[in-house]
Ligand binder design. Structure first.
Ligand code: APR
Ligand code: PHB
Length: 389
């Protein structure tokens, strides 16, 4: 088999990239190791920047997003028993949209099936070959058989644990990593949101976040220990702890109910550099991870594949390798901005086990400065709503 681009991974990065290539008339095949149902069962973040909304519209999947997505013009930061609103609309003219990553994935899968472009599910890529040549190949497994696809380019959109990044020789790649000393315990529940806008909570018992998926569905997170297990957190303990970390009026507004999903995720900052190796390009979580505090993971996957789709259009339409040559630097410049912001939000809002009394006082001073300084709020808002493309 032969195609122009083999995309490894049918997460948001791979599916959005495939859809952008379809729009440009560039033939592509997606290989995904899991089933479509499994991919859709993963509960992930759900906050999208305006730039990402525009890109999803361009990919032809903006309709349901506009119908069902919740447009938010600000967030609240809670500490010391009070809440402080950051008004994105006033400070930046922009808003963000809450729309679950699972829903974006579903929309992209449907759009792809309409185009008839091939996606092979339960078909893991097992090895990449000749990635420095003009005819790279990907070997993959389907059932008990192995097969090979020849292509012009390979897009490694196979997430943090995928094989694409791992096939790069160690001498050709540098990685930067920080694993944070806590995790996020997240639940989804069929209960109304605690408040109309997201509340990010700094509390001596640990960080908390009240988010949502709809007017009837909450997505809530608590900072927990990295070595905590789900069994340590029965629903009653979760709700009790959440109320302890919220200010009194938010705590009084909590409606409890059974968790329909519960998981613990470690917090990690990670960047690989470069993210282009001959004819292999990494995008999304395969290339970088941000802690979720800045809500940038999905948006970075989108910006990567936007730059990459532009580069491929230039290559096939204008026979220019300019975009391919600058992809890594262009995408990573944006990634580092998001790494910086995500780290800053994480540092501002969490309890760090190793913090001294001095560190805790400085953290509180920073929160108080944010609460009264319009320019500090504007800086947060500008980063949160995202950079223009
Ligand atoms: N062959 C085929 N598919 C693979 C392989 C392989 N060898 N290894 C991994 N995959 C698949 C995974 O099963 C997964 O479906 O690649 C996909 C990667 O998807 P994601 O992990 O969702 O990564 P990405 O598309 O980059 O999305 C980034 O997801 O983790 C969140 O916060 C992150 O929102 C961001 C988004
Ligand atoms: C979510 O709704 O899942 C969410 C929102 C904001 C974040 C992280 C996660 O910073």
């Amino acid at each position: 088999m032969r195609t122009q681009v083999v995309i490894i991974g049918a997460g948001p990065a791979g599916l959005l990239f495939g859809q952008l290539l379809q729009k440009q008339g560039i033939e592509n095949v997606i290989l995904e190791q899991r089933s479509g149902e499994y991919v859709l069962s993963r509960v992930r973040a759900g906050l999208i920047e305006e730039g990402t909304v525009r890109l999803l519209e361009r990919a032809g999947v903006g309709q349901r997003l506009h119908r069902e997505g919740l447009v938010h013009e600000g967030i609240e930061i809670s500490f010391g028993g009070g809440r402080h609103r950051i008004d994105f609309r006033k400070l930046t003219g922009k808003a963000i949209t809450i729309y679950g990553q699972t829903e974006i994935t579903r929309d992209l899968m449907e759009a792809r099936s309409v185009t008839g472009a091939p996606t092979f599910y339960e078909a893991p890529a097992v090895s990449l070959h000749d990635t420095s040549s003009e005819r790279p190949r990907v070997r993959y497994r389907k059932d008990t058989l192995e097969a090979e696809i020849e292509c012009d380019f390979i897009a490694g959109c196979d997430g943090f644990h995928g094989i694409s990044r791992r096939t790069v020789p160690e001498a050709a790649i540098r990685t930067y990593e920080r694993v944070h000393p806590f995790g996020w315990l997240g639940i989804l529940s069929e209960t109304p949101p605690v408040s109309p806008e997201l509340i990010y909570v700094n509390h001596e018992r640990g960080f908390a976040l009240c988010s949502m998926r709809s007017q009837t569905r909450s997505r809530l997170y608590l900072q927990c220990r990295v070595d905590d297990n789900i069994e340590d957190w029965p629903d009653e303990r979760f709700w009790g702890e959440l109320k302890l970390r919220l200010d009194p009026s938010a705590a009084a507004a909590v409606v409890t109910g059974p968790a329909i999903e519960k998981s613990i995720a470690p917090l990690r900052s990670f960047v690989a550099e470069p993210i282009r190796f001959g004819r292999l390009f990494l995008a999304g979580d395969a290339a970088h991870i941000v802690p979720p505090t800045g809500a940038k993971g999905l948006n970075l996957a989108a910006s990567d594949v936007y730059y990459l789709s532009q580069a491929f259009a230039e290559f096939y339409e204008a026979k220019s390798t300019g975009g391919l040559d600058t992809y890594s630097d262009r995408a990573l410049a944006r990634v580092w901005q998001a790494e910086r912001f995500s780290w800053w939000m994480t540092r501002l809002l969490h309890c760090f086990p190793e913090d001294s009394g001095f560190d805790q006082k400085v953290q509180r001073a920073e929160l108080e400065f944010l609460a009264r300084s319009v320019s500090a709020q504007a800086t947060l808002a500008e980063n949160y709503v995202g950079l223009p493309y």
